[in-house]
Design a protein around this ligand. Structure first.
Ligand SMILES: Nc1nc2c(ncn2[C@@H]2O[C@H](COP(=O)(O)OP(=O)(O)O)[C@@H](O)[C@H]2O)c(=O)[nH]1
Ligand SMILES: [Mg+2]
Length: 460
């Protein structure tokens, strides 16, 4: 098995940098290190304690390659739980490749994607959800994204799933006792008490499932589509939010024909904005394709910013859009507040609010109302109430496990209510326990583990 191999990889990005790190992990890490690294002090790495460093040079056996610092970590106190040597060299791509080749020639094998973290998981340094959070940390691009990923890595989900598993194991214990010793009064728990215990765990799991949507938006960003009739100021709003001239603005209707995208940071979140072609019937073939794309974006976004021109008043196309937005998370952006309002608009505003409860009156041209809009965005999505460091389901794999646990517990509850024999209830509870153990990797197939780490980069 690979556990006996000593693996090596470049752990820093493949680009020129101040330093570049070659990580070597496994039973022969120190031996390989000593073959390719010559310490100035003359004290070989195998004589070093964990958490110590040595200065020296790296060689390919014949020739000096670079000056470097070698850091020594001793099993089990290392990232992987194995002996680890990290060589911090100068960060040249060609140079690092040569140092890596030297390590490979001297007894290491090339690490697979995520193999360091996989070993950390296999050696019990972290569970599977914590390992997955490593990837989320690397990818995080907002304050709250980092908070959520770090919470996952520190084991907030692990603790919650552990707590729920213990509750279920206790229930399973009662059930097993009843099944095995039916005539003895083991403990006076009634069916209704048992049912409420199952329900308690069930509710907690359903809460976890509900947190998935907000967790995804926190980690991956909120997708938002700017939609509306031509010329209402969508591209101007895009530019205001992006704080530079991202999208072309003209007074010619139908200027924006493609979807123009940009990611911006607001209040600790990432907003993935899409400025779209104005929604209208058109004979222009190119514009019509743009309109079709607008509609797709409108359907698939977390949030819709529906722009209206209040100097113009609402037209039939605006009402058609409002109709489409029923039940969607959307904000009405009542734009061009710097111009005088059309006569009908005051009265139309109350009509508009019947469709969309959230509205901001603003000017995309001079920025009035921007703060109000930025404040409203996390609020309408319910994100202001979400603690990014709470236990959250972080990906589809974890979500499927929780769904399985929820389904099993719903069946367990139904079985209790139906007065089915206890062993049938026990099967359902066991299934829920199994699903949670799969989520945190306590009991999981090789295939699932391989899938998880296939998403990683080499060197992590
Ligand atoms: N006075 C005023 N004009 C605006 C405002 N927002 C956009 N415009 C103008 O409206 C026209 C159309 O703007 P644009 O952003 O291209 O609209 P789009 O077709 O919805 O993308 C341009 O001439 C803009 O300068 C605003 O808040 N106030
Ligand atoms: Mg436009």
């Amino acid at each position: 098995m690979w556990e006996n191999d000593t693996i090596a990889a470049i752990s820093t990005p493949l680009a020129a940098g101040g330093i570049g790190v070659i990580r070597i992990s496994g039973p022969k890490a120190l031996e390989v290190g000593d073959k390719i690294f010559v310490p100035i002090s003359g004290k070989p790495l195998w004589q070093h304690k964990g958490y110590t460093c040595a200065f020296g040079y790296v060689t390919d056996g014949a020739e000096k390659l670079d000056e470097a610092v070698a850091s020594v970590f001793r099993a089990p106190k290392s990232y992987t739980g194995e002996d680890v040597v990290e060589l911090s060299c100068h960060g040249g791509v060609f140079l690092l490749e040569r140092v890596l080749q030297s390590a490979l020639r001297h007894g290491a094998v090339l690490a697979g994607p995520g193999e360091f973290t996989k070993r950390a998981f296999v050696n019990g340094k972290m569970d599977l959800t914590q390992a997955e959070a490593v990837m989320d940390l690397i990818r995080a691009d907002s304050d709250n994204g980092v908070r959520a990923a770090l919470a996952g890595h520190e084991g907030h989900l692990t603790q919650e799933s552990g707590r729920l598993s213990r509750q279920l194991v206790e229930i399973a214990g009662h059930l097993a006792a009843w099944v095995d010793y039916p005539e003895e009064d083991i403990e006076d728990i009634t069916a209704s008490q048992l049912c409420s215990q199952v329900e308690e765990t069930l509710h907690a799991l359903q809460g976890l499932l509900r947190s998935y949507g907000s967790g995804r938006m926190i980690r991956e960003g909120i997708t938002a589509a700017i939609v509306g009739r031509p010329n209402v100021g969508k591209s101007t709003l895009m530019n205001l939010l992006a704080r530079y001239q991202r999208s072309i603005v003209t007074d010619i209707p139908g200027t924006t024909r493609d979807v123009v995208e940009d990611s911006i940071r607001i209040g600790g979140y990432i907003l993935r904005l899409a400025d779209t072609a104005g929604l209208r019937e058109t004979k222009d073939q190119v514009e019509a394709m743009g309109v079709a794309l607008s509609r797709q974006r409108l359907e698939s976004s977390d949030l819709v910013l529906a722009v209206f021109d209040i100097s113009h008043g609402l037209e039939q196309e605006d009402f058609d859009l409002l109709e489409q937005l029923r039940g969607r998370t959307a904000i009405a952006v009542c734009n061009k507040s710097d111009l005088s309002q059309s006569q009908q608009f005051q009265q139309q505003l109350s009509q508009l609010k019947e469709y969309l409860p959230y509205a901001v009156v603003m000017s995309a041209k001079n920025g009035d109302g921007l703060e109000e809009l930025e404040r409203l965005i996390p609020q309408v999505l319910g994100l202001s109430r979400v603690d990014p460091s709470a236990a959250m389901v972080a990906n589809e794999r974890q979500r499927q496990c929780v769904i399985r646990a929820v389904t099993a517990l719903e069946q367990a509850r139904q079985a209790i209510l139906d007065g089915v024999t206890w062993d049938a209830v026990a099967v359902c509870v066991d299934d829920a326990i199994g699903a949670l153990m799969e989520m945190d990797g306590k009991s999981v197939s090789e295939e699932v583990v391989a899938n998880v780490f296939a998403r990683f980069c080499v060197g992590k």
